[in-house]
Design a binder for this molecule. Structure first.
Ligand code: NBX
Length: 822
């Protein structure tokens, strides 16, 4: 008889899988089949999966080392991974085997997957994009590492109490996390604070010596990232901060036990918590320290690995690409300069030439208030040597580039300088990124155009070839195969098995868009997904909704530019129409929101409160006979998105044109057959191009029209007085109708839309939005027409596969080769 342990694990059949799970339950989890909790079964399942992951991880790492491959290093302060169990099983090709094995043990895989806490190490789109990208990099077989922070607490858990958001700590590792491996052998020591000394060396050279005031230890945790098909397993390496042993002992030996504990707590603070703001971060020292900490750890790690096969830095730029995910890791630029010059003894120009080739930068926002700057005084205290290096880069740039192109033009110098000379002086991180990087990309066509023309026009004149576009994408493995298995099976049955790798293969589906049999299959799956969501909604909120209604979904961070308030205003108008005319003809509609607000963002939190209070009143109003429901799903996160997206009929993508860099939820929803109601903003424009304007509902001002209206002088009052429904709906918010006995609780919404000028043109777009919803209503009533639109959406979003985005990065920016893992 063959010993099953001697067989390659990938040939595990159901029975062997089962044996392995039981084996791990007993030997890894220390329990038994009789006593085991669901959590223990889930952990035992993960341990079984890890056997296969680790095997491939080792072969990947050996091959990369042997072939001395060039690799990309994705530096990001956020990786919004969500859960990994189902995703890993799908990518290993073992989902069904595992499901059957567990069934034999009287367990449901889907049920066990619910045991896993989300890894919520990110705020929103930017962090989730990083997660999709590392999935695609592994799937395509590129040597790549993700580098980030090992936050003890990810994005806060949102509770809703009496309609208001309350933030609770997220403790994703409370009971251990089966996917991470600690690597003490790769610990790094990171200097901070202190002062810089200029010394005259024995070699008669003047050099800079940084005497840090503190040393922090960086401990790496590796999360294996398995590509679809399981050839390549790359890693995501996240750094945890600890007090350095050196410091502990020093203080301890001087009798300072209590002080040493304080030092320890301070050191651990660095990776304690993710900052929950998704647009701005107002000059917090700890945030700068976080950024430096993970960048410095990562660069030291890269250099250590490079030195295994090289004795000098001549090949460094040929081997290493570093992608900066927004400006958050910008400090990596002066840090690499410092390492190369101060620690490795390179000449300034040599080091600068390396940096220019190594770094490239992705911009994710045009909002001026979201462009990161740091007060010079803070830099001087925390990173004195880096500030010197930044000054030197700036002087070099202003003299050799700006002055050469625009001689003696102080105005342009002031604008392009890395230092903003206002009071207090500030370091502009985006300028440092653009000056250093060989490529700067936006994340959708329109966004990249605006980055060039509006955000950095002078830089674009200096270096027109530096700017490029890489339209975002999402991984179809998580956002279709794993989250919508019934639809995935229908697609496989119809177009074959290759679509998870080549999403364009779904184009074939368009052939069946008019076929009543296929339409029925497609819409039955949608209905089934909606029925499953009905139960989740009931369990989470207590609200009863009907799966026959249109499920209209807006899921994204709460921000005035994303305009949840426009959606709410429209709900108020619909509700009023129904009260005035109970026969008002609309198909029953459930408006579903999922959204977290930054804890300090007052208006955003007020919008959440208003949605909940308006919802309470509407949901309980018998006069409208259930034609309208409003659901705010608490604690929106990746695993909840995986339940909402497959059940969506309508996808709300309603940002003011010119403000949403790309959006990626729009792609996930279209992929699952939802119809977009959207503005011509971000990736909506490209989605509309792909699916055709007949298969989505576009409304609102264009980017040009927004600019013109703003230039003319926009007054929301004009719309308030001209449109009686807008006026009534807004005035309603001043009453106590939605907050009985407490009038005025919702008035901040009205204020922001009138008194404070309606920055995001909500009222200007209202009539067009309302008309778009009427189109949605009549389209939905034509069942065949709607089914056809939904199918064409799913069939047409091949472009928005993150594999395509990665190929674009490879061709335009990274110039990597795939590496076969034997
Ligand atoms: O990045 C988002 C954009 O708003 C989306 O349009 C885009 O699709 C997505 C991916 O490119 N930006 C974003 O999510 N930003 C943040 O989360 C953020 C986090 C911390 C911070 C600033 C921004 N300090």
């Amino acid at each position: 008889m063959v010993n099953p342990m001697e067989k390659p694990l990938f040939e595990l059949d159901k029975d062997e899988f089962k044996q392995e799970i039981v084996h791990h339950l007993r030997t890894t989890l220390g329990t038994s089949e009789k006593k085991a909790s669901k959590q223990a079964w889930w952990m035992a399942t993960c341990a079984t999966i890890n056997q296969m992951l680790f095997e491939r991880l080792t072969s990947t790492q050996q091959t990369h080392l042997q072939k001395d491959t060039r690799a990309v290093h994705y530096f990001s302060a956020e990786f919004l991974m969500g859960r990994l169990t189902a995703n890993n099983l799908h990518n290993l090709g073992l989902y069904k085997t595992c499901e059957e094995a567990l069934k034999d043990l009287n367990l449901e895989l889907a049920d066990l997957c619910e045991q896993e806490p989300d890894m919520a190490l990110g705020n929103g789109g930017l962090g989730r994009l990083a997660a999709c990208f590392i999935d695609s990099l592994a799937t395509l077989g590129y040597p790549a590492l993700g580098y980030g922070l090992h936050y003890e607490h990810g994005l806060f858990r949102q509770e809703i109490r009496d309609g208001r958001q309350v933030e609770r700590p997220d403790s994703w590792r409370e009971y251990g996390n089966p996917w991470e491996i600690c690597r003490p052998e790769s610990v790094q020591e990171i200097p901070l604070y202190g002062y810089v000394e200029t010394v005259f060396g024995e070699d008669c050279q003047v050099r800079k010596v940084w005497h840090p005031g503190r040393i922090i230890k960086g401990v790496p945790w590796d999360i294996p990232i398995v590509g679809f098909g399981a050839q390549t397993v790359n890693i995501l390496r996240l750094w945890e901060s600890r007090a350095s042993n050196f410091f502990d002992w020093d203080v301890f030996n001087h009798g300072g036990y209590v002080d040493s504990q304080k030092e320890k707590a301070e050191a651990e603070t660095i990776s304690k918590v993710l900052y929950p703001n998704d647009e701005t971060e107002a000059g917090k020292e700890l945030r700068l320290v976080q950024q430096y900490f993970f960048c410095a750890c990562s660069l030291k790690d890269i250099m250590r690995r490079y030195k295994r096969t090289h004795t000098d830095f001549k090949e460094f730029a040929a081997q290493i690409a570093v992608q900066l995910n927004d400006t958050h890791p910008t400090i990596a630029i002066p840090e690499l300069m410092r390492e190369l010059i101060d620690e490795e003894g390179l000449e300034w120009t040599e080091a600068w030439n390396i940096c220019k080739q190594v770094f490239s930068y992705t911009n994710h926002t045009l909002l001026p208030e979201a462009l990161e700057t740091w007060p010079v005084y803070l830099f001087e205290r925390v990173l004195p040597r880096h500030l010197e290096i930044i000054y030197e880069i700036n002087a070099y740039f202003l003299k050799n580039e700006v002055d050469a192109k625009w001689p003696a033009n102080n105005e342009i110098k002031r604008k392009l300088s890395i230092i903003d000379e206002s009071n207090p002086r500030r370091v502009r991180m985006a300028n440092l990124c653009v000056i250093t990087s060989h490529k700067v990309n936006g994340v959708a066509e329109i966004h990249s155009k605006l980055v060039k023309e509006d955000l950095f026009p002078e830089f674009n004149q200096l270096w027109p070839d530096k700017f490029c576009n890489v339209t975002n994408g999402v991984t179809p493995r998580r956002w279709l195969l794993s989250c919508n298995q019934e639809l995935a099976d229908l697609f496989t049955e119809t177009v074959g098995t290759e679509w998870p790798l080549n999403l364009d293969a779904l184009r074939e589906l368009a052939k069946y868009a008019d076929d009543p049999v296929f339409q029925k299959k497609f819409m039955d799956i949608k209905l089934h997904n909606k029925e499953k969501l009905v139960k989740v909604i009931k369990a989470e909120t207590g609200i009863d909704v009907s799966a026959d209604a249109i499920f209209d979904i807006q899921i994204k961070r709460l921000h005035e530019y994303k305009r949840q308030q426009l959606n709410l205003l429209h709900i108020l108008v619909l509700y009023r129409r129904l009260l005035l005319n109970p026969e008002y003809d609309i198909h029953p509609r459930v408006f579903i929101f999922g959204s977290k607000a930054a804890p300090g963002y007052r208006v955003a939190k007020d919008i959440i409160y208003a949605i909940n209070k308006v919802g309470e009143r509407i949901n309980d109003d018998p006069r409208i006979k259930g034609k309208l429901k409003v659901v705010f799903m608490p604690n929106y996160r990746v695993s909840l998105a995986e339940k909402l997206i497959p059940a969506a009929d309508v996808s709300e993508q309603i940002s003011t044109a010119g403000y949403e860099a790309s959006g990626t939820g729009n792609m996930k929803l279209a992929m699952n057959g939802a119809i977009t109601i959207g503005t011509l903003d971000g990736a909506n424009i490209e989605i509309a191009e792909e699916v055709g304007e007949d298969n989505c509902v576009i409304f609102g001002l264009t980017v040009e029209e927004v600019k013109e209206l703003k230039a003319r002088g926009y007054s929301p009052w004009d719309y308030y007085y001209a449109n009686a429904e807008i006026k009534s709906a807004l005035d309603w918010l001043d009453t106590d109708y939605f907050t009985p006995g407490r009038p005025g609780e919702l008035q901040s919404i009205k204020k922001s839309l009138l008194d404070y000028g309606d920055t995001y043109l909500t009222l200007a777009d209202f009539a067009s939005y309302d008309e778009a919803h009427q189109r949605i209503n009549s389209l939905y009533r034509d069942k065949a027409r709607w089914a056809k639109m939904a199918i064409i959406n799913a069939a047409s979003v091949g472009k928005f596969n993150s594999d395509r985005s990665i190929q674009d990065y490879v061709r335009q920016i990274w110039h990597l080769d795939k590496c076969d893992i034997s």
